[in-house]
Design a protein around this ligand. Structure first.
Ligand code: ZN
Ligand code: ZN
Length: 214
């Protein structure tokens, strides 16, 4: 049989055959467990040294994510919307009306885990979803682990109304992201409609962090 050698290495002494399948798998599992236990015990004593063991025992939900791959809580639309903290122009100025862009990321997040549409798919095969949007904005696509960190987690949104003053005639600007300070500046002049917004954001996400203008 194919795996006979490895099965015998696990300490199984009977005949290796399909008929003995249950016996064989029992021995393999037992062998694996026996090998694993001392390792896990060592990890525990190591964690004890740093006082981590009690923490892990108390905060099982939070700590599970540190040990089980793929269990980080992904951001969802609710989390993202909560974290957005827009910096608006003063009320009553001409610019204020233009800040209705604030509603747009919310719409964007409604596409959660869905492909945006065919036009976007042409830009890249990877769909743009909330996790990717958040990765682009903050450098991470999972929510902060502790409650305290989660409350502090804000994405500052600023609005640039002046790119035409600064750069003269040009047709497009992209949002400028600072993942360290978790802030993003939207070029309002180029984001008149949701379609424009979606197009500009998708391109920025697909092609990287920062962009010039053309
Ligand atoms: Zn511009
Ligand atoms: Zn930095």
């Amino acid at each position: 049989m194919e795996c006979t050698d490895r099965i015998l290495l696990c300490g199984y002494t009977g005949t290796v055959s399909i008929q003995r399948k249950e016996d064989v798998s029992f021995n393999v599992v037992l062998h694996g467990t026996v090998r694993l236990l001392p390792m896990l015990q060592q990890i525990c004593s190591g964690m004890k040294l740093y006082g981590l063991l009690t923490l892990v025992q108390q905060e099982t939900d939070i700590c599970r994510q540190l040990f089980v791959p793929g269990s980080f809580t992904k951001v969802d639309a609710d989390f993202l919307v909560e974290t957005l903290s827009p910096v608006f122009s003063e009320k009553g100025t001409m610019r204020q009306g233009k800040n209705n862009i604030e509603d747009m990321p919310e719409e964007e997040t409604k596409d959660e885990n869905e492909e945006v549409d065919k036009a976007q798919r042409n830009i890249s095969d990877t769909p743009i979803n909330v996790a990717r949007f958040c990765q682009w904005l903050t450098g991470q696509s999972h929510v902060p682990l502790s409650d305290a960190d989660r409350e502090k987690f804000k994405i500052v949104m600023e609005f640039d109304h002046e790119c035409h003053v600064r750069y003269g005639t040009h047709s497009i600007c992209y949002p400028v992201v600072n993942a360290c300070s978790r802030s993003v500046t939207f070029p309002v002049a180029h984001l008149g409609t949701y379609a424009e917004f979606k197009n500009v954001i998708s391109q920025a996400i697909v092609h990287g962090y920062e962009f010039g203008r053309c």
